[in-house]
Design a protein around this ligand. Structure first.
Ligand code: IPM
Ligand code: MG
Length: 354
């Protein structure tokens, strides 16, 4: 199993180091893993003047899976847009054709108190957002800023989906629903947008191949409200790139900490890129304060989705539960009376629990 490790910026290197530690511990128990590191984001810009250096892209293309930390930082905010760290992330998604982004939001019982919502609203929460990742406003052309006929600056982006793009991510959504609670809610804005009208039509067509899955449709504004009103009504949410970006941040906070959630971005085979959904958190970078569990759980998703190694994935997830049950916490999920750990110590604790 060849893994490209792209730590990126801010807390990215600290959290990926902990996931690598966990993977190495599994390798000692017989899992055959090969890992190689390369810079991306601001680190890519610093190393090669490019947020996605050629050598990094080649390494990622040659690997079976990519483990990514996070990109971005204030130092790079004034660069021209194509040189910014976020472009490295968007380009690698596009280059590797990672069109299906899986973002689970699952509440660990031990963390029910960490949520800003009442425990009875979120306890037992386990939902999956399937976000389309290589189309929509993020990549639609034309886009730009120009002077209009009145001599005023005008900016525009294009929301755009081809039916094949909707169809392939819809299949992933239904397949995942089949392995879970067999409920899929497709989220769009079909009352206003043509893109969403087509989205809904194609999803209904695809649904005919999955008669066991109960399909519903919801407008995105209502979905944003329902997620905080009654999040447990959802099993799988299928949605486009921009709506999924927003709803997945919202869903993450239901679980108490954005530091707990991993993600998978998959292509049409089983190749994938795995990353925590949190960002580079420059304010705490290098201070050994970050929560590495989202990245460790992303490594578990890698074992499950790319390498079909459920047993190893389960071991990691069980170890995370065990560590939480023992009251070990990083600052972001700290509760009264807990044992406060730094990033590296949390990584060690998970390894010990394996
Ligand atoms: C995410 C992030 C990215 C996105 C940014 C960093 C480009 O917010 O992965 O959700 O918008 O997709
Ligand atoms: Mg986002």
């Amino acid at each position: 199993m060849k893994i490209a490790v792209l730590p990126g910026d801010g807390i990215g290197p600290e959290v990926t180091a902990q996931a690598v530690k966990v993977l190495r511990a599994l390798a000692r128990d017989g899992l055959s893993l090969e890992m190689e590191e390369a810079p991306i984001g601001g680190a890519g810009y610093d190393a090669a003047g490019d947020p996605l250096p050629e050598a990094t892209l080649r390494l990622a293309q040659a690997a079976d899976a990519v483990l990514l930390g996070a990109v971005g930082g204030p130092k790079y905010d004034t660069l021209a847009r194509p040189l910014r760290p976020e472009q490295g992330l968007l380009r690698i998604r596009k280059e590797l054709n990672l069109f299906a982004n899986l973002r689970p939001a699952r509440l660990y019982p031990e963390l029910a108190e960490a949520s800003t919502l009442r425990p009875e609203v979120v306890s037992g929460l386990d939902l999956m957002i399937v976000r389309e990742l290589t189309g929509d406003l993020y990549f639609g052309e034309p886009r730009g800023i120009h002077l209009n006929a009145d001599g005023e600056r005008e900016a525009y982006n294009t929301m755009r989906y081809a039916e094949s793009e909707i169809r392939r991510v819809a299949h992933i959504g239904f397949q995942i629903a089949m392995k879970r609670g067999k409920k899929l809610c497709s989220v769009e804005k079909a009352n206003v947008l043509e893109t969403s009208e087509l989205w809904r039509e194609v999803v209904i067509e695809v649904a005919r191949e999955y008669p066991d899955v109960a399909l519903s449709h919801m407008y995105v504004d209502n979905a944003a409200m329902q997620l905080v009103r009654n999040p447990k009504q959802f099993d799988v949410i299928l949605t486009g790139n921009i709506f999924g970006d927003i709803l997945s941040d919202e869903a993450s906070m239901l679980t108490g900490s954005i530091g707990m959630l991993g993600s998978a971005s998959l292509d049409a085979t089983s190749k994938g890129m795995y990353e925590p959904i949190h960002g580079s958190a420059p304010d705490i970078a290098g201070q050994d304060k970050a929560n590495p569990l989202a990245t460790i759980l992303s490594a578990a998703m890698m074992l499950r989705y790319t390498f079909s190694h459920d047993e190893a994935a389960n071991r990691i997830e069980a170890s995370v539960s065990k560590v939480l049950a023992k009251g070990m916490r990083t600052g972001d999920i700290a509760t009264p009376g807990c044992t406060l750990l730094g990033c590296a110590a949390m990584g060690d604790a998970v390894v010990a629990a394996l």
